[in-house]
Write a protein that binds this ligand. Structure first.
Ligand SMILES: Nc1nc2c(ncn2[C@@H]2O[C@H](COP(=O)(O)OP(=O)(O)OP(=O)(O)O)[C@@H](O)[C@H]2O)c(=O)[nH]1
Ligand SMILES: [Mg+2]
Length: 615
């Protein structure tokens, strides 16, 4: 029996391993312009020019085999053949960044010293060239003692030559390699510097611009101000740009509802479609434009190289609460969704840092909260402007995000003094080059995001809404009784209501909290469906959810509901991932309890102070 030959892509973080992996295997691994993107081993199939199939493994980036963080540990185990159920890969493809060569050659030497068939992919030569840096691959190859192939992973350049070199790799004569196995780290650094010196053909001044950019963006106080301003613009844009589109989608939903009502006879099915599917699921789908705008900003920041700088800036601020800039990227991913955010904590070496980050990740405002926030802000906060180009609604949204961040930092501060006591660990992160975000990657990223959102709407949100609609519709009300009072859902809501009455929640809001455990957006769908069922038979009060809320909720009640959603751990999947990543129920339980407690307390404080202020 012949086993499939395997080759592993290894190298420093952000060298372009996953981009190369995608180019060679046709896969679609996430690539982004900051270190620590890949945190698991991923494999795919490619065929060498000789016709031989090879299993190619993409690994997390690593600075050394003396693994520090869990993702680097994966790399170490796979490379050394210690990964459970997997043989040691025959061929190593060391990916180095031509524009950061000196730093990348340190780990490359460690790989070559293992004495295995090895090929070096001199990647990102386009960026090096753009910077005016030309490297001689042959000189580098002589210095390293292994073949060096220039590549541009994202343009699929140099792939054939790389495949040829991989084909020939098993026949390499290891004995001609310089014996570098015994070198210490400082010696490797020195050797790397000399090798780069010897291999540079020419170097020019294009890098100057980037140095200048960094002087501003990494400046002790200009840097944080820029970051803050950027985030501010992002939240303004979420409202200002999306509003016309949201209005258009709402219009389509109303048309559809009208059409179904006209075309179908009065029936169970018709009510299910108009009240459950169109009112419920539709009320969530209208937020697609906002989700896309938010992610366009985040993806551009990731791809341009700015995000790593933001982490660098945040490092100092985060040190105050006992975290490092390492936690910044997992926390930032949590703005999309806490699940990838919690997964991304695998790149944090210190276990206590990591645990703290996992516990506070749900406080970052995930995109599922956006529909809840926007619908309520749209309903109760007037669309006035409070300054040139500054809308009040965008400001409130920014405030809610900020409240989540401040809450997370406060919790981190407490945790680091109690449950996860320990010294804050240091932070090393290389800063990627600036680049114009490749449009194609942007488009793919946005498409994937939109798809995730729509799939949630079509599956989990749809299912939760239909179940809720059934519970709202049965048992049927007697004449004179309200449908909500008579229904099973109404009984559940009435049962819970005493607990939520004191913090200003109305019964349908309390009810919305139950299905929202499946996914937060369902709170919106649930309110829309409840109002649609209630309005049934009444003189046509057909209006979008925003209008319903504006008519029914007082300002203190609406603000309390917003405050609740800043903190409430309303997402079963996040709890499940926290369990998996912490190997037990203890920490997820701590998380759920503290988050519910905060949600209740802050919703209550908000409600009572708003009432006291006469709002
Ligand atoms: N211009 C240019 N960009 C590249 C090239 N290869 C990769 N990139 C970009 O470099 C960034 C990092 O690429 P990844 O493939 O995610 O890097 P990685 O080595 O897998 O990083 P980790 O998973 O964090 O270890 C992405 O923004 C890519 O689009 C290249 O040859 N030229
Ligand atoms: Mg990767």
């Amino acid at each position: 029996m012949t086993r499939l030959r395997t080759a592993a892509l290894v190298g420093n973080p952000n060298a372009g391993k996953s981009a190369l992996f995608n180019a060679l295997t046709g896969a679609r691994q996430k690539i982004a312009n900051y270190p620590g993107v890949t945190v698991e081993r991923v494999s795919g199939r490619m065929t060498l020019p000789s016709g031989e199939p090879v299993e190619l493994i993409d690994l997390p980036g690593s600075y050394s085999l003396d693994a520090a963080s869990p993702d680097e540990e994966v790399t170490r185990q796979v490379v050394l053949g210690e990964f459970p159920g997997e043989a040691q890969p025959e061929t190593l493809v060391v990916v180095v960044d031509a524009a950061n060569l000196e730093q990348h050659l340190v780990f490359a030497q460690e790989m070559i010293a293992l004495g295995r068939p090895t090929v070096v992919a001199l990647n990102m030569v386009d960026l090096a060239e753009r910077d005016g840096l030309a490297i001689d691959p042959d000189a580098l190859s002589d210095a390293l003692g292994v073949p060096v192939v220039p590549t541009v992973a994202v343009r699929k350049r140099g792939l054939d030559a790389l495949a040829d070199a991989m084909d020939a790799a098993p026949g390499q004569d290891i004995s001609t390699r310089h014996d570098v196995g015994h070198l210490t780290l400082p010696e490797r650094r020195l050797a790397a510097r000399n090798m780069v010196k010897g291999a540079i053909l020419s170097e020019s001044g294009e890098r100057r611009l980037h140095t200048h950019l960094d002087k501003i963006l990494l400046h002790p106080w200009l840097g944080p101000i820029t970051l803050f301003a950027l985030l501010f613009v992002m939240f303004q844009a979420v409202f200002a740009w999306a509003d016309p589109l949201i209005g258009a989608i709402e219009g389509v939903a109303e048309l559809a509802s009208g059409f179904v009502t006209a075309a179908m006879p009065e029936s169970f099915l018709r009510d299910l479609i108009t009240e459950g599917v169109i009112a419920g699921v539709g009320s969530v789908v209208v937020f697609l434009p906002q989700i896309i705008i938010l992610f366009a900003f985040i993806l551009v920041m990731e791809q341009s190289g700015y995000m790593a700088r933001a982490a660098f800036i945040m490092d100092r601020l985060m040190a105050y609460v006992g975290l490092s800039g390492r936690s910044f990227i997992p926390l930032l991913s949590s703005f999309a969704c806490a699940i990838p955010g919690i997964m991304a904590t695998r790149s944090i070496a210190d276990p206590k840092d990591r645990l703290t980050t996992i516990l506070i990740a749900p406080l970052m405002t995930c995109s599922a909260r956006l529909p809840v926030y926007t619908v309520i802000i749209g309903a109760v906060i007037p669309a006035t402007s409070v300054g040139p180009g500054i809308g009040l609604q965008g400001l409130v949204l920014f405030g809610l995000y900020l409240a989540g961040i401040v809450g997370a930092m406060a919790v981190a501060l407490v945790l680091r003094r109690t449950a996860t006591k320990g010294a804050a660990s240091g932070f090393i992160m290389e800063l990627p080059k600036y680049q114009l975000p490749p449009l194609r990657d942007l488009a793919i990223g946005l498409w994937q995001r939109a798809w995730v959102f729509l799939r949630r709407a079509g599956t989990i949100i749809f299912a939760a809404t239909v179940i809720l609609w059934l519970l709202l519709t049965f048992p049927k009300a007697d004449p004179g009784e309200s449908q909500l009072d008579a229904s099973a859902a109404g009984h559940i809501a009435s049962f819970m209501q005493p607990a939520f009455e004191p913090i200003g929640f109305q019964r349908e809001m309390t009810l919305a909290l139950v299905p929202a455990m499946a996914a937060r957006e369902v709170a919106v769908a649930s309110l829309a469906t409840t109002y649609a069922v209630e309005a049934e038979g009444e003189a046509e009060t057909e209006q979008a959810l925003r209008g319903q809320i504006a008519a029914r909720w007082s300002l203190p009640t609406a603000l309390a509901f917003l405050a609740w959603f800043i903190f409430a751990p309303q997402c079963l999947s996040t709890i499940a991932v926290a369990r998996r990543e912490t190997n037990g129920w203890k920490w997820p339980a701590v998380m759920v309890i503290y988050l519910f407690a905060l949600a209740y307390i802050f919703a209550g404080l908000t409600y009572w102070s708003a009432v006291a202020l006469g709002l």
